[in-house]
Write a protein that binds this ligand. Structure first.
Ligand SMILES: Nc1nc2c(c(=O)[nH]1)N[C@H]1C(S)=C(S)[C@@H](COP(=O)(O)OP(=O)(O)OC[C@H]3O[C@@H](n4cnc5c(=O)[nH]c(N)nc54)[C@H](O)[C@@H]3O)O[C@H]1N2
Ligand SMILES: Nc1nc2c(c(=O)[nH]1)N[C@H]1C(S)=C(S)[C@@H](COP(=O)(O)OP(=O)(O)OC[C@H]3O[C@@H](n4cnc5c(=O)[nH]c(N)nc54)[C@H](O)[C@@H]3O)O[C@H]1N2
Ligand SMILES: [Mo]
Length: 726
């Protein structure tokens, strides 16, 4: 983005025409971000809960009191009484992530760490951990070279991708078709992406079965180059045995896909030299997400496309120490996965975190290691985690709750202290996490374009302030606080990120490569960023796999157990329909609904879901015309959607472009952050996660994933009528 700053305030954002990859494209949320930075409802000073609600306090008072109360809880109950949840925007700030992990883990071995990852992507990381011994080795489709892209459970025309960074992603996908290739979108709904390319309808939760059948056909028809696979991976015979029973005929009832179409796809995958299967959000929040992510890579592997040009490839920073760092990190994370079990439900840790779906119970359940103090940074779990009602009730029982956020939200409204943070325009940044997901190797770094608004501080500074006050409580904190005293004002994780840039591809290798990149050189000399190469380098896998002999491991008891469980599952007849999600172009999860620039057109033009009569509803449910007719529902009616967990009431829009028996509802709505965002609160809508469950049996056993898609529901017309002008 190109920012215009007037008198120290951000006044305009526009797409950067000179950006080598986006070439002047930006989505409406990026352009509307001035609304967020300048929002009159933004919190600009630390707030403390008083008898009459939040009142402003100065930073020292806030940090002193938080540290004193935290120290007392730590002393009395140990580190297991302390929890931290960080949400999605934390992944877009290197300093935020690099502050949270050492602080929380440094407080002691028993602290509880949660994140949005268990509603998003922990399964994907775990699948990589099982296959490669390296959770952060996540393949992406080689968009610029592939001739067949099978995209499962992703709608990048709206979402712009996820774990896949490709500015102008729709154009990049159109290029595949222009080259004579195919893009097949596997989704229960004919989404904006499916409509732009080819749609393969699938029943919710059908993916694992489809993938097992693809494997069955590949083996059965001898389409696998077994010698090639066996040279890189162990356990091929085991795998063949696991999928033997899953013929396309046997899985058709689960997928809704005709067996000949499955066979044709398997043959096409095997017969196309450059092909990739990619799966994202929709494949990560169903009943068997770790199995599904595992199977996606395995289909790529056995059809000859893993780590191959035009296939499913591994983008990396290209630093020489990569092997070692992957091995070290892999070893630490594998160990915590093996050894650590959550108090509630016995879930394993994935990338050091517990499932967020058990957070409410970890707070509410008596006993050792019950959470008494909770921090929430950059997250709104009351809306984003299943069963927000249960979580809200639990939050009320905390001894101390601290939020680090821009707003008083449905979640931070419960805080004792709300600490105001900088937006991305008030801090420097380099997208560390997303370097590994870029289809074109690219570097860009930015300095802050405006000084922090009001009294806002970065998460790094806030956590450093707490560390300095709490160093007596834990040795790790004492070391961190000592380092900070030595470094003084220069105490920042930027040197670490600078080192990553300098040692990585295109970097200056600390002077060895003249003119090479550094953090400063990127911000000063390359404001539009630098493309390093046309394509992701291949092969890369041997430097990423951390298992002995650098061999992929296919055989896993846990995966076998999931395959067995998948074969036996039955849905309850009283909830005959299936709930799926639906991202909206003008929403970013739960937190951009206070922007007039984004919400104005929604209000004027009608709902984000199709439906002519849903004029004033920014959120609606979408269902099939024929299902609606059977239930006596017409467009714009209010319906009640119920699950075993809860129910919501919502206006409905109709479509013919969806699998029968499915109802789609966008998440992130249901605002009532008391005293917080005024526009968002007025827009209303409902929290779809009231339908989703935190029962231990409903949390995926391997990665602790929340179940957000494919949930069994019932839809009924409400006679009283909410819509159309609710
Ligand atoms: N039913 C259903 N549930 C879902 C999903 C779904 O599709 N359906 N999607 C899931 C997914 S993929 C995700 S990622 C999660 C998201 O879930 P969360 O991360 O828990 O929630 P967000 O709505 O992203 O809220 C982000 C919060 O961070 C604040 N914020 C923004 N920028 C910053 C910053 O720089 N620093 C700090 N400290 N705060 C900031 C915002 O004001 C907001 O309050 O939701 C998940 N939940
Ligand atoms: N405008 C906008 N953009 C966003 C976000 C946003 O809130 N708004 N959120 C951002 C975040 S946090 C993320 S994680 C990404 C996610 O971005 P993507 O990974 O592209 O995911 P979604 O756009 O949610 O699309 C998921 C698709 O999965 C389908 N689906 C549901 N169940 C199943 C199933 O069982 N099988 C299959 N095959 N498909 C299924 C849904 O119909 C939906 O079309 O988007 C990011 N971009
Ligand atoms: Mo996400």
């Amino acid at each position: 983005m190109v920012a215009t700053v007037t008198d120290g305030r951000l006044t305009e954002l526009r797409p950067d025409r000179e950006h080598p990859l986006s070439a002047g494209f930006a989505c409406p949320k990026g352009i509307a971000f001035t609304d967020i930075v300048n929002d009159p409802d933004r919190v600009l000073t630390p707030l403390r809960r008083g008898p009459g609600g939040f009142e402003p306090v100065d930073w020292d008072t806030a940090l002193d009191d938080i540290a004193a109360r935290l120290a007392a809880i730590h002393r009395r109950h140990g580190s297991g009484a302390i929890g931290w949840y960080f949400g999605n925007p934390a992944a877009f700030s290197y300093a935020h992530l690099m502050a949270v992990f050492p602080f929380v883990k440094g407080l002691g071995r028993r602290t509880h760490l949660f994140s949005s990852s268990s509603q998003d992507t922990s399964n994907r990381l775990l699948a990589s951990q099982l296959l490669y011994g390296a959770p952060l080795a996540v393949p992406i489709p080689d968009l610029s070279r592939t001739d067949l892209l099978v995209m499962m459970g992703s709608n990048p025309v709206v979402s712009h991708g996820s774990f896949l960074t490709a500015p102008r992603i729709k154009d990049r996908m159109s290029d595949i078709v222009r080259r004579g290739g195919r893009v097949l979108v596997v989704d229960p709904r004919r989404t904006e992406t499916a409509a732009a390319f080819e749609w393969q309808p699938i029943a919710p939760d059908g993916d694992a079965y489809l993938l097992l059948s693809l494997l069955q056909v590949l083996f059965d028809e001898h389409l696998v180059d077994e010698a090639a696979v066996a040279s890189r991976a162990d356990g091929l015979d085991w795998l063949r045995g696991q999928c033997a029973g899953f013929t396309p005929e046997a899985t058709a009832a689960r997928t809704g896909i005709d067996p000949p179409a499955v066979r044709a796809l398997a043959r096409e995958l095997a017969g196309t030299p450059r092909a990739a299967v990619y799966g994202r959000f929709g494949t990560c929040v169903g009943r068997h997400p770790t199995l599904t992510a595992y199977l996606i890579d395995v289909v790529n592997l056995v059809s000859g496309h893993l780590d191959e040009p035009g296939g499913s490839v591994f983008a990396t920073m290209g630093a020489p120490g990569q092997r070692l760092s992957m091995a070290l990190m892999g070893a630490v994370l594998r160990r915590s996965y093996r050894r650590r079990r959550s108090r509630i439900g016995g879930f394993r840790q994935v990338v050091g975190a517990e499932p967020a779906a058990i957070m409410a119970k970890e707070i509410a359940t008596e006993g050792r290691d019950r959470i008494r103090a909770l921090f929430v940074s950059a997250g709104n779990p009351v809306l984003s985690v299943p069963n927000g009602d249960e979580l809200e009730a639990a939050l009320a029982g905390l001894e101390l709750m601290v939020g680090l956020d821009l707003y008083v939200t449905e979640t931070t409204a419960h805080c004792d202290y709300l600490l105001p943070v900088t937006t991305m325009y008030e801090r420097d940044d380099f997208a560390v996490v997303f370097q590994n997901f870029q289809t074109t190797p690219f570097r860009q770094a930015t300095e802050a374009v405006v000084a922090p608004y009001g009294q806002c501080r970065s998460e790094w500074d806030i956590i450093a302030g707490l560390t300095g006050r709490l160093w007596r409580r834990a040795p790790v904190l004492a070391v961190l606080a000592g380092a900070r005293r030595l470094a003084g004002r220069r105490w920042s994780p930027r040197p670490l990120v600078n080192a990553m840039i300098r040692t990585g591809q295109g970097g200056d290798r600390f002077g060895l490569r003249r003119g090479g990149l550094t953090f400063d050189r990127l911000t000063r000399e390359h404001p539009h960023g630098v493309v390093l190469d046309d394509h992701v380098r291949t092969p890369m896998l041997r430097s990423l796999v951390t298992y002995r002999g650098r061999r992929i491991r296919l055989e896993h008891h846990d995966i076998g157990a999931e395959i067995a469980a998948a074969a036996g599952h039955r849905d309850p007849p009283e909830f005959p329909m299936r709930l799926i999600g639906m991202r909206q172009v003008r929403s970013e999860n739960s937190w951009m609904h206070n922007s007039a620039a984004l919400m104005g057109p929604v209000l004027r033009r009608g709902g984000a879901a199709q439906g002519a009569r849903m004029q004033t509803a920014p959120q609606g449910a979408l269902m099939h015309t024929a299902d609606a007719a059977e239930l006596g529902i017409v467009e714009g009616d209010a319906v009640r959607i119920s699950s075993a967990t809860g129910s919501i009431e919502i206006p409905v829009g109709l479509t013919d472009e969806m699998v029968r028996g499915v109802v789609a509802v966008a998440h992130g709505w249901g605002h009532r952050g008391s005293g917080g965002w005024r526009l968002a609160n007025r827009l209303g809508g409902v929290n779809v996660n009231r339908l989703n469950s935190t029962e231990l049996a409903d949390i995926e056993p391997l990665a602790g994933m929340s179940r957000l898609s494919g949930v069994a529901v019932r839809v009924e017309r409400i006679d009283a009528g909410l819509a159309p002008d609710c």
